[in-house]
Design a protein around this ligand. Structure first.
Ligand SMILES: Cc1cc2nc3c(=O)[nH]c(=O)nc-3n(C[C@H](O)[C@H](O)[C@H](O)COP(=O)(O)OP(=O)(O)OC[C@H]3O[C@@H](n4cnc5c(N)ncnc54)[C@H](O)[C@@H]3O)c2cc1C
Length: 145
């Protein structure tokens, strides 16, 4: 995404193994983004001041010039409960239809667990869709009983 704004980005894993989603892997490959796995020993310059960062130094002694450093905390979806219920996943996320319904009757999912944009307003919107579908389905299942 940062590449789209005309900035050159390098992903530094600080000694960790890569854990990218399929979508992230695709974007990294499309933009030929460099990935550095070496441990970072220190930030060079004055990283806490505006424009003060000069770059970072790896434990190997190599210096990587950089004007900005963004910490990526990442997120991990917890699909354990859904999987216990027999809910189908798609690429590690809960698979839902346009009504936020899963493959299990009266089980719905919304938000980050369904993949797509990880944004609060998206999750809230999908939650509303799921709630309306749940009410509609519950009402019609009661009418059938
Ligand atoms: C650092 C950070 C910054 C962000 N900044 C923004 C931003 O600026 N703007 C924006 O729109 N979005 C932002 N997001 C994304 C936004 O927070 C999410 O898209 C949104 O919270 C998704 O809502 P959700 O309800 O799907 O999941 P969550 O908010 O993660 O809620 C899921 C809840 O379910 C609970 N849970 C999980 N498993 C179980 C279980 N088995 N039983 C019971 N409870 C369970 C969790 O503890 C959690 O409370 C940010 C996210 C992060 C991590």
């Amino acid at each position: 995404m940062i590449h789209d704004f005309g900035c050159e980005a390098v992903i530094c894993l600080d000694g960790k193994e890569p854990e990218f989603s399929e979508d992230s892997e695709r974007q990294i490959s499309e933009h030929s983004i460099d990935i550095r796995q070496e441990r970072i020993s220190r930030f060079v310059g004055e990283p806490r001041t505006q424009g003060g960062l000069e770059g970072l130094e790896f434990e190997t002694g190599e210096f990587l010039p950089a004007s900005h450093a963004l910490a990526a905390l990442g997120t991990k979806v917890n699909t354990e409960l859904a999987e216990d219920l027999g809910v189908e996943l798609d690429g590690g996320f809960v698979a839902v239809d346009s009504r936020a319904a899963t493959n299990i009757p009266l089980v719905y999912a919304a938000g980050d667990i369904t993949g797509g944009f990880n944004q609060a307003i998206v999750a809230a919107g999908q939650g509303a869709v799921a709630a309306i579908a749940a009410c509609t389905d519950l009402r019609s299942s009661r009418q059938l009983a």
